[in-house]
Design a protein around this ligand. Structure first.
Ligand SMILES: Cc1ncc(COP(=O)(O)O)c(C=O)c1O
Length: 300
């Protein structure tokens, strides 16, 4: 496969030539923010929402993006176009910028680094995500509380989630469910979580978790079908006694959780609500995304 082209501070360079200084403050301190955006059939799904969330994360961390909202949208679309990426994943990363080293230097850095990295999209089979489903472990480690570092910020520091993920891997499963410091269900190490009970959909309030863009889409789709879509605190009782549990994220879309800590959840396979919502999400992704102009990029 030919090399992908990366956007780097206004230039387009081949992936192997894309270089960031070792004094970049995201490399040194995790001081930066990012997004994960999917491309399906040449459309970029929820592009505006992803750019808005990137801007909100940057605002929280007091990083000033070098591009306007419209320019950022265009830059991401251009990365998709120049790579002819019809089905893929795009990751904009905005960092504080390049050093001097030292936290005290932070306030002197005025030029952030912006890179946009494309990737061919890895896909989980529907057999895996629905029929078999994913096994989960409730991590001992708690989700970082908002009064320390708000989980709504999609920052380049994922250590809280990575450590929880190791707990899941140690238990032989892939999904780590994190509780918040009060013991309520927060999210997994990379996805939002939902339960289905008597036809109603419930997910934890956005306070204390990433405001997932897929999460919001699923709530909206459920609302459109006239069924209850609730944002309410959940405990482990709610997970263990649910009819269905599933997770959502840009890359994974919707995937059933069929066991937690070795206990079978629901019927042990994806239930009807999970399957229906995945189908409707996919339909929306094919109809609603930002349409990339591949012809123009090829010509220029
Ligand atoms: C911690 C965390 N929660 C939830 C999500 C799901 O968010 P989205 O649906 O916007 O991809 C992600 C994915 O980026 C995540 O990293």
């Amino acid at each position: 496969m030919s090399e992908l082209t990366v956007y780097m501070n206004g230039d387009f360079v081949s992936e192997s030539q894309a270089r960031i200084s070792v004094l970049d403050h995201s490399f040194l301190y995790g001081d930066g923010v990012f997004e994960g955006i999917s491309v399906d059939g040449g459309r970029i799904y929820k592009l505006e929402e992803h750019v808005s969330r990137l801007e909100a994360s940057a605002l929280y961390l007091r990083i000033v993006p070098p591009l306007t909202h419209e320019q950022m949208v265009e830059a991401i679309a251009r990365v998709v176009a120049v790579n002819d990426l019809r089905d893929g994943y795009v990751r904009p990363i905005l960092t504080r910028g390049t050093g001097p080293m030292g936290i005290d230097a932070t306030r002197t850095i005025t030029e952030p680094n912006l890179v946009i990295i494309p990737q061919v999209r890895p896909r989980l089979s529907d057999e895996q995500r629905l029929d078999v489903g994913l096994g989960a472990k409730v991590a001992g480690l708690r989700r970082t509380p908002p009064d320390c570092l708000d989980p709504r910020v999609k920052s380049n520091n994922y250590l809280n989630l990575i450590l929880a993920k190791f707990e899941a891997w140690d238990a032989g499963v892939d999904v780590a469910i994190l509780l918040d410091t009060a013991g309520y269900v927060a999210e997994t190490a990379g996805q939002n979580i939902f339960v289905v009970r008597d036809g109603a959909l419930i997910t934890p309030p956005v306070y204390g978790v990433l405001a997932g863009i897929t999460r919001q889409t699923i709530l909206t789709l459920q609302g459109e079908s006239g069924e209850p879509a609730l944002e309410q605190p959940l405990t482990l009782y709610d997970l263990f006694t649910a009819d269905e549990v599933f997770v959502t994220a840009t890359l994974i879309e919707v995937a059933a959780i069929t066991s937690i800590d070795g206990r079978r959840i629901g019927a042990g396979t994806a239930g009807p609500v999970t399957r229906d919502l995945l189908g409707r999400l996919r339909q929306a992704m094919q109809q609603d995304g930002y349409v990339v102009d591949f012809g123009e990029a090829a010509a220029s």
